[in-house]
Ligand binder design. Structure first.
Ligand code: HEM
Length: 430
């Protein structure tokens, strides 16, 4: 059992998932009944302790049909080799037009937010990613080093007098939100706690169905307004650079694609970093010996961040993918159009790839971890994510030598998501 989880998992048994006979070259034919296994509903267990469920799945049913986060069937893939290979398999599409009708619900976003890289395959994906790579240069990331450090220090200054704080609300969240606003060029009067919008999408409240609609409307208004203002008054920021690249190129980036890109970068840019700062801090507080070793040798922080990503990274699964034809994953036939969830968190805890994988080990070789993806959709913000987390943790440990958890471990609350791992709060005293 992972030490980072709240309690024992209620049921230790995963029903056997009979592997369907392989038919790797069968053509896509959604109307032909494909061999099926009954989905197992693991939602409750996954929410209670994802790593325990993953361990059992890797052992007994590494490619398993389950009930997905939206209540519809999905295949979950849990072994490192299968996940890594699948991440580069062009037959697994991110374009939801390849989903079987009625088999996938997803977010209902309008085209101006939905036309983004995480819903696309080549050649559209290649065309749009090129725009970002051109504008989101190493120099632009490096220019953020000083603002990240300054913002971290200011937040710590504000926290210090109280002697205790919710580290998520006071530090882990405002830091990456400020940084991504700086990167994109969101003017200070337009900055806000964008988490209310992301929360409405990631963990919608069934009692408030209008919550998601309102969030979508507000986001659309925000991004179209911002792009309009940047177009009128360009500055030295990523959004202005993207607008210039779009307006000056004949490579056709549509206006919807531009708005969707700004939307994706903003949300992808802070959400995961918040969670990583939280889970990394928690992992250290639970392991005083490794915390002391890291304090003694702060230069090892970059390697430690890789281990935090591997050990308890924020993306439990990659974005859902859809086979464009019946295909075999790990010896199991997955029919065309069904939803496939590649568990990055499980792959990173696969003991066949990472010995003693459930142990945080800041000295281990983390090469090949999949927390930032792999293949053509590999995280575009990886250098920024690393830079922010390194600076945030270094500044925190330097400032508060007596940092400690302020609640019993089992009182910590995790977000109710089987996709995005993160703490709701992290009460600490210092
Ligand atoms: C700890 C922080 C982060 C984690 C764990 C993370 C994780 C990931 C993962 C796993 C993917 C691939 C998804 C897939 O293949 O299904 C991805 C893609 C992406 N990430 Fe990140 N990310 C982080 C931070 C960031 C930041 C800071 C930015 C932007 C500033 C960013 C922007 C993106 C974008 C634009 C993509 C889509 C790339 C594509 O489809 O070509 N991410 N990220």
């Amino acid at each position: 059992m992972a030490p980072s989880t709240p309690g024992p998992s209620p049921t230790p048994h995963i029903p056997d998932a009979p592997a369907a006979p392989a038919a790797p070259h069968a053509p896509a034919a959604p109307e032909t009944p494909a061999p099926r296994t009954e989905p197992a509903d693991l939602t409750g267990e996954l929410l209670a302790d994802p790593y325990d469920v993953y361990a059992r799945l890797r052992e007994t049913a590494p490619v398993r049909r389950v009930t997905g986060p939206d209540g519809l069937p999905a295949w979950i893939v849990t072994r490192y080799d299968d996940v890594r290979q699948a991440l580069t398999d062009p037959r697994l599409s991110l374009d939801k037009r390849h989903a079987l009708p009625g088999n996938y619900r997803g977010f209902s976003l309008p085209p101006a937010l939905d036309a983004n890289l995480l819903n696309m395959d080549p050649p559209d994906h290649t065309r749009i990613r090129r725009f970002v790579v051109q504008a989101f240069t190493a120099r632009r990331t490096e220019k953020l080093r000083e603002p990240v450090r300054r913002t971290a220090e200011e937040l710590l200054d504000a926290m210090a007098p109280a002697g205790r704080a919710d580290l998520v609300a006071s530090y882990a969240a405002p830091l990456p939100i400020a940084v991504i606003c700086e990167l994109l060029g969101v003017p200070s009067e337009d900055r806000r706690d964008f988490r209310e919008w992301t929360d409405a999408l990631i963990t919608p409240d069934p009692a408030r169905p209008e919550g998601m609609k309102n969030a979508v409307r507000a986001m659309l208004g925000f991004f179209t307004g911002l792009i309009g203002r940047k177009r009128a008054q360009p500055a030295d920021d990523l959004l202005s650079a993207l607008i210039a690249a779009r307006d000056e190129s004949d490579d056709r980036l549509s206006e919807d694609e531009l708005v969707s890109l700004a939307f994706l970068i903003l949300f992808a840019g802070y959400e995961n970093v918040i969670q990583l700062i939280g889970t990394a801090t928690l992992a250290l507080l639970r392991d005083p010996a490794q915390l002391a070793a890291l304090r003694a040798e702060p230069a090892t922080m970059p390697a430690a961040v890789e281990e935090f990503l591997r050990y308890d990274g924020p993306a439990l699964t990659a974005l859902r993918r859809f086979p464009v034809e019946d295909m075999t994953i790990g010896g199991v036939t997955v029919p065309a159009g069904e939803t496939v969830l590649l568990s990055l968190a499980s792959a990173n805890r696969d003991p066949k790839r990472f010995p003693d994988a459930d142990r945080l080990d800041l000295d281990r070789d983390t090469a090949g971890h999949l927390a930032l993806g792999h293949g053509i959709h590999y995280c575009l913000g990886a250098p920024l994510a690393r830079l922010e987390t390194e600076i945030a943790l270094t500044a925190l440990l330097e400032r508060f030598p007596r940092l400690a958890l302020d609640v019993p471990d089992d009182a910590l609350r995790w977000r109710p998501s089987t996709r995005a791992r993160g703490l709701r709060e992290l009460p600490v005293r210092f």
